[in-house]
Design a protein around this ligand. Structure first.
Ligand SMILES: *[C@@H]1O[C@H](CO)[C@@H](O)[C@H](O)[C@H]1NC(C)=O
Ligand SMILES: *[C@@H]1O[C@H](CO)[C@@H](O)[C@H](O)[C@H]1NC(C)=O
Ligand SMILES: [Zn+2]
Length: 275
């Protein structure tokens, strides 16, 4: 009995001391913490530039290739600590392709599958998940030419500062965000990678502003990064959804910035941290 009491007290003491030590470590870490800046380059792939989902064929008629010089200039002139290149990377039987609706017809909710056209939203009741899906042409199929990242884009050295994230690899659920799939059930390795580098600020560029850039920005904010969308380093699909997402960013405290201001913003953020 006495021994048990002794054991209990010892355990409590150890817990207490360990807790204090952890808190102290946390305090020291906080005091010496610094901002770590990541540039996310979302889906700058040929599919969205001159391939099967080329933005200039969609209603906003924007040119995806125009983001390349803007992003290259950012990479060369702003001292980012981490760079992330994301790729839409679908298997052939992907749920987002309108060509695959026939093979999935038993899971289409309501209307007959033949009535659906590109841009419509279909509700699939299976096979793995209940999910709403916008129908797109077949695009960014794994290992095809058009799924490559545009060749003119710079990849800075050293390589340890770069991560490549493939998304939309599950045939049965789409993934606009580079962090999570559209059902918010599975995470990619992105959050883990950013955490491993102690990233605090995330700047987002790329294609398309109203879909994958928007979903990635909202998730970055959700996972507690200070989040910035670099407007002139993005291009979108449709004027209406672009406007909607820009309002949505503001509502969610995501800052909309221009590439020429990033250096100044970083300097300002560093000053705030060192106060
Ligand atoms: C879209 O851009 C590609 C590549 O720059 C070009 O070849 C094509 O003609 C453009 N299409 C339209 C509709 O502007
Ligand atoms: C898209 O542009 C790249 C680079 O300029 C070129 O190599 C490729 O052939 C083009 N693809 C199409 C479908 O035009
Ligand atoms: Zn896709």
């Amino acid at each position: 009995m006495l021994f048990l009491k002794f054991l209990l007290i010892t355990t409590i003491c150890i817990f207490f001391i360990e807790g204090k030590r952890r808190n102290e470590q946390k305090r020291i870490k906080k005091k010496t913490s610094k901002n770590v800046y990541a540039l996310l380059i979302v889906d700058v792939q040929y599919c969205f530039i001159n391939g099967s989902l080329a933005l200039n064929q969609s209603s906003a008629r924007q040119n995806g290739a125009e983001v390349i010089p803007v992003i290259n200039k950012l990479i060369k002139s702003v001292p980012f600590d981490v760079f992330v290149y994301t790729m839409d990377w679908h298997p052939k039987d992907h749920i987002s392709f309108i060509d695959n609706i026939k093979d999935r017809q038993e899971y289409v909710l309501g209307d007959h599958y033949e009535q659906y056209k590109i841009g419509d939203t279909v509700t699939y009741t299976g096979p793995k998940y209940w999910t709403k899906q916008i129908l797109w042409p077949t695009h960014c199929v794994q290992n095809t030419f058009e799924a490559q990242i545009a060749e003119d884009l710079i990849h800075p050295l050293p390589n340890q500062k770069i991560f490549y994230i493939k998304k939309g690899t599950d045939p049965d659920v789409d993934s606009y965000s580079a962090f999570t799939d559209n059902n918010k059930l599975h995470m990619t390795i992105l959050n883990e990678k950013l955490k491993s580098k102690h990233v605090t600020h995330v700047f987002i560029s790329g294609l398309a502003l109203d879909y994958c850039v928007a979903a990635t920005a909202l998730d970055a904010k959700h996972f507690n990064y200070k989040t910035f969308v670099i407007q002139d380093a993005c291009r979108g699909v449709d004027e209406k959804t672009i406007k909607f997402q820009l309002r949505n960013f503001k509502k969610n405290h995501i800052r909309i910035v221009q590439s020429a201001d990033i250096k100044k913003i970083i300097k300002h953020e560093d000053q705030k941290t060192n106060l």
